[in-house]
Design a protein around this ligand. Structure first.
Ligand code: 5RP
Length: 227
């Protein structure tokens, strides 16, 4: 019987095997992405890694991966990253690690994106995992009220909650705050994505739609590929 961590590791190693010399590679954030970064470093390829968070940058640098930055690097060959939920058509919820904005920027600059996860992350419908929403700190309480209205427009009668850790609001690498919306069931992810993006003060949300090209999911029977 494999543990979730065994499955994350197997998925990360399977993704690392797909990286080729000379690639610019987006490095995701979280425990599954960390397995990918470790397996990638072990291959000692001539690649440049573009990290999606300070934590991933520190891990990759400590393992000897050459790092570059999004901006100077405008196009990446491949990004590999974890997810909190993988729904139908590879629609995802991300942002459990508060890195969703940098992740989405790197994903959108990538020719190919692979999501890696353990089997528990696959769901028939998105929404059980509270949806992370990144919000600018200035006036965030008023932004939260307008997020409520946007959620209500999508028939989601839930109030987003400010993410708190160790008694203080969680700040992203960009200095923003995270609200989590326990939607339960997201019947129309595209409608919700548009509604949230239209709220002033919302920087981005954790719905990753039409971005993943492939999923590598660790299961007790081995790594399953979903395209
Ligand atoms: C960070 C993320 C992570 O990829 C997501 O939270 C999954 O994390 P883990 O691999 O630790 O389960 O989106 O913002």
């Amino acid at each position: 019987m494999s543990t979730a961590d065994d499955q994350k590791r197997a998925a990360g190693e399977a993704a690392a095997a797909l990286v080729e010399n000379g690639m610019a590679v987006g490095l995701g954030t979280g425990s599954t992405a960390a397995w990918f970064v470790k397996a990638l470093a072990a291959r000692k390829l001539d690649i440049v890694g573009v990290p999606t968070s300070v934590a991933t940058a520190e891990l990759a640098a400590s393992l000897g991966i050459r790092l570059g930055e999004l901006g100077p690097i405008t196009s990446l060959d491949l990004t590999v990253d974890g997810a909190d939920e993988i729904g139908p058509a590879l629609a995802l919820i991300k942002g459990g690690g508060a890195a969703l904005l940098r992740e989405k920027l790197v994903w959108e600059a990538s020719k190919r994106c692979i999501v890696i996860a353990d089997a528990e992350k696959r769901v028939p419908m998105l929404g059980k995992f509270p949806l992370p929403i990144e919000v600018v700190a200035f006036g965030h309480e008023t932004t939260a009220l307008r997020i409520c209205d946007a959620l209500a427009e999508c028939d989601l009668g839930v109030a987003p909650r400010l993410r708190i850790k160790d008694g203080v609001p969680v700040k992203t690498d960009g200095g923003n705050l995270i609200y989590d919306a326990a939607c339960g069931r997201i019947e129309d992810p595209a409608l919700l994505a548009d509604a949230l993006k239209s709220v002033t003060g919302v920087v981005d949300h954790g719905l990753f739609l039409d971005l993943a090209d492939m999923a590598l999911v660790g299961t007790p029977e081995g790594v399953v590929t979903i395209e």
